[in-house]
Design a protein around this ligand. Sequence first.
Ligand code: GLV
Ligand code: MG
Length: 312
Amino acid sequence: MSSRSRSLPRRSCLSTPGSSSRFLAKAPTATADFSFLDLEDSVAPNEKVAARAKVVDAITNLPWDDRVLCVRVNAWDTPWTYGDVIDVVGNAGPRLDEVMLPKVQRASDVVALDLLLSQVERNAGLEPGHIGIEAQIETALGLINVEEICASSPRLESIVFGPADFAASIGMPVTTIDETIHDGPSNPFSYVFAKILMAGRANGLHVIDGPFLKVRDLNALRFAAGISASYGFDGKWALTPDQAVVLNEVYSPSQELFDKSFDILDAYRDATEKDHTGAVMFGDEMIDEASAKIANSFVARGARSGMQRTTK
Ligand code: GLV
Ligand code: MG
């Protein structure tokens, strides 16, 4: 439910094809913060309709613990979107937290989904606003409109980058999404990352990086994930349970950083409350209100991932 899932971590977002009962059965065993059951690009066109019932069955019958649970429906330029929403949200019950909408081009794409969800929720006896929305930015037009998209509905929880479709949309000369995309004199995604991150943060959304397709190379994944993590992204898609393990680590603060953040907050509190000064030396660094804000964000991120302070 969106009030439940909004504050949960999303370091690793595991994708599972909704047409595969075998992969669906395995998905809850992965140590992922977030699972989405896919009706879009990992499902063949002639399996799309049959996959809906498999996804409903998986949502209602598998042991999902408290991770965020989402279904990715097909985009509005296909024949399947409304049927995906009616059949899955209408029958999955309250354990489904979110719907992911791919290839979002304009704010009105999200508004249309929001309106449809309101009717389906009523008819299914779900709380109004129960289902959150994740919007995928994976076209040039979607990126241009990302600010309006991020502000388009109170149901929005995350904005997600889709690098594979995006590369196709802008004509990048690549055939896969791997670490080499970030090589060379410039990172072609740096503008994209910054733009999506600003739009998401300005609207209080989680900001998520998309898939890394060379699935067997976990070191290369660690490198690529480190880039969006360094911008401040909250997590990234995992295509396998092994990728999820790496991502949980990359998008958590290190224990050293987590502990240091508490130490900074203690030092800043002493400085402001006892010594009545706004800036103070912390080792060889000057810290002030902004440092406390940074430290608070690491504390929140670590706490969301279940970390404990080991100093003091
Ligand atoms: C994900 O949907 C992508 O296109 O990268
Ligand atoms: Mg895509």
